[in-house]
Design a protein around this ligand. Structure first.
Ligand SMILES: [Zn+2]
Length: 666
């Protein structure tokens, strides 16, 4: 397939579709499906409705033919569906809409296209009209027969049992069967409705969210447990989330069965954002594959929710100057120096007179609605004159209710703020004696030792009394992959230590290989920090042994202190209601003059299984950025004042106190 500027003309695939359409119509006239009454009542399957897939991008506007389509011809396969798992309820998915959560043919087209290769998506989505490189082969008689028989089998007789690979939560979902035209292999997958499908969803205007901190209590399983449900508690339709035809999160997952430290399950999908297609990956890294898989799906859903808004709700388009006090000025979250805007090809100065997209959020202290620039909360949104910063998933979190999601989102913001304060502020952090930590920590330390790494943990609290722990893995022999940093914040200091060390373990297996593979490039970065441009550059750079000199404040041989001693003055909230924990964090922020804002990102797919995702924003906390010239943290006042407030520096820091080296945050 190649791009061409030729005038629109029927594609060769359309000719094959016409052939298929004619054949199916003939067969249907001879052998219609269902009883006459069924057909009158539009039950049990109708005449096949054929469309093509992959020769043009899925339509952006409502399209009745696409919505009603039940046979989708692609270059190599034919997709039959969506078909309801309970056939008596309707004509497959064809005539029921997304309002009821049922997918239509257009939903399938969108989900299918998202899983295509980078070159295919670019050709379809940003290329000109596509054209085949040669004439299209005629469909053979046996291929046409196979399509008809599959169509008939999908629409008549008792419902087929779901394939054994399906989880029970996918069983009731509408199905799509894929016929491979080369091998005639048939595979069936469940399909979820696409929440932004232009054909079967109705747009509704954006209005301020109702108060998120529900009045009803959020009882915790135990006072020291901050997750109300475990990952296994959610009825996740795994087969619908991940499958190669129409998976909502990706085409598949990979298990790294040779990983020596964790049991990683990973997946990825291309997301179109302001800079083209971005490979967005998600993973779970527990100590068993079953647990990792559930975590991976939850993270996949969180990425899905955070990259784009997945509700058919158009943003408010307005200039800041016209919005008044309801709107969050993006400069409150930090801005880049002028010279960065002058040279960076993507970044654009914020202009209060220029209309940009906004979404409604809420001030968590007052409950008041706030308009937030969409750029700050849906981080892969297309550029709309609003690339004044490039935000990330920082502050995005998922939970069983908004309070839980908000708590973990705020903890993540506090963790990154503290990490950056210690790094750029060149602070000396107390080291935690890992022998005084819970037994699970010993297991993590031993696993790292087996890989040739020693683990360290530091009490990284600054001026907010929330346990933040920074971990550091150091390679014994000083070789490539020398340092790996990670961090975690938690209301329980022991869980913060465990979280930070467990995360360090996820990087250890790759760090030496990454450094060996990118050695020359990393050496150049070490000489010229402006070459540090992307997220993975930051952590990879500190795998380079010569960078250790810049991490001396973490590497000296200061003595380690018992965890009980370090956190003696800290009392975990120990309350039975999660709302009290959240209030405590909000009060701590408030005491420092910081206010928290939340934007609800929950997608319909998450809502259906009892999940909520949010983006939390705390203007004034140091934001994490990737790329050396794009760092906002060194320009924010908090970097210089917070260490003095906390008593970690004698006075407000001056420029000479700062560590002007890219942060090593992974
Ligand atoms: Zn639809």
């Amino acid at each position: 397939m190649t791009g061409t500027a030729a005038a629109v003309r029927p594609t060769p695939l359309a000719a094959a579709a016409a052939q298929l359409r004619q054949h199916l119509r003939r067969r249907w006239l001879v052998q219609p499906i269902g009883t006459a009454e069924d057909r009158r009542n539009r039950r049990g399957g109708g005449a096949p409705r054929v469309v093509t897939l992959g020769d043009a991008t899925a339509p952006a506007l409502a399209d009745p033919d696409r919505r009603a389509a039940t046979v989708h011809l692609t270059a190599a396969t034919v997709l039959i569906g969506p078909v309801s798992a309970h056939r008596h309820e309707g004509w497959g998915g064809a005539m029921v809409g997304g309002a009821a959560g049922r997918p239509c043919g257009h939903c399938l087209a969108i989900r299918w296209q998202r899983l295509r290769s980078r070159s295919q998506r670019d050709a379809l989505e940003v290329g000109d009209q596509t054209t085949a490189v040669g004439p299209w082969p005629q469909l053979t008689a046996y291929q046409l027969d196979a399509v008809w028989e599959l169509y008939r089998a999908s629409h008549t007789g008792p419902p087929l049992p779901p394939p054994p690979s399906w989880d029970r939560h996918s069983t009731p979902l509408p199905r799509v069967s894929q016929l491979d035209l080369a091998s005639l292999r048939v595979r069936t997958y469940p399909l979820l409705a696409e929440p932004c499908c232009p054909s079967c969803t109705r747009q509704r205007p954006d209005i301020p969210d109702p108060l998120v901190l529900a009045h009803q209590p959020r009882p915790k399983p135990r006072p020291d447990t901050y997750r109300l449900r475990t990952p296994d508690d959610y009825p996740l339709p795994a087969a619908a989330l991940v499958n190669p035809v129409c998976g909502a999160l990706g085409a598949g997952t990979a298990l790294t069965i040779t990983s020596p430290t964790t049991a990683p399950v990973t997946g990825s999908v291309f997301i179109r954002g302001y800079g083209g297609l971005l490979d967005v990956s998600w993973s779970g890294q527990s100590s068993g594959y079953h647990a990792s898989r559930a975590l991976a799906y939850l993270e996949g859903l969180e990425r899905y929710a955070g990259t784009h808004r997945r509700r058919s709700v158009p943003p408010v388009i307005a200039a800041y100057a016209d919005l008044g006090p309801d709107a969050l000025h993006p400069d409150r979250c930090g801005r880049h120096p002028d010279e960065v805007y002058d040279t960076d090809p993507i970044l654009r100065r914020f202009d209060p007179q220029r209309p940009i997209p906004w979404v409604w959020g809420q001030n968590l202290h007052t409950g008041r609605p706030v308009l937030v620039p969409r750029r700050l909360c849906f981080y892969s949104s297309p550029a709309a004159g609003d690339t004044f910063v490039l935000s990330s998933s920082s502050g995005c979190a998922t939970g069983s209710c908004l309070a839980e999601a908000v708590l973990f989102g705020l903890l993540e913001l506090i963790e990154r703020d503290a990490f950056l304060l210690a790094w750029y502020g060149n602070l000396i952090l107390p080291r935690i004696d890992l022998d005084t930590c819970p037994p699970v920590v010993r297991a993590l330390v031993d696993r790292a030792e087996l890989q040739g790494y020693r683990l360290y943990a530091f009490d990284n609290r600054i001026d907010l009394d929330v346990p933040v722990v920074t971990s550091l893995a150091v390679r014994h022999d000083g070789g490539p992959g020398l340092l790996s940093f990670a961090a975690a914040a938690h209301l329980d200091p022991r869980q913060a230590v465990t979280g930070a060390l467990a995360e360090a373990l996820t990087y250890i297996p790759h760090q030496p290989t990454t450094v060996r593979r990118r050695r020359a490039e990393l050496e150049r970065m070490a000489d010229d920090y402006t070459l540090v441009r992307r997220l993975p550059d930051h952590s990879a750079l500190f795998g380079l042994p010569r960078m250790a000199v810049h991490a001396e404040s973490y590497l000296d041989d200061r003595s380690a202190l018992p965890i009980e001693h370090l956190f003696a003055g800290y009392r975990p909230p120990g309350t039975p209601d999660l709302r009290d924990d959240l209030r405590r964090v909000l009060d701590l922020l408030d005491a420092r003059g910081l206010e928290a804002i939340v934007v609800d990102q929950t997608t319909p797919e998450q809502e259906a299984v009892g999940l909520r995702s949010v983006c939390t924003i705390v203007p004034g906390l140091l934001p994490i950025d990737f790329g050396w010239i794009r760092q906002r943290a060194p320009h924010l006042p908090r970097l210089r004042t917070a260490p003095a407030t906390a008593g970690l520096a004698a006075a407000v820091l001056t420029d000479t106190d700062l560590r002007r080296v890219p942060h090593p945050f992974p």
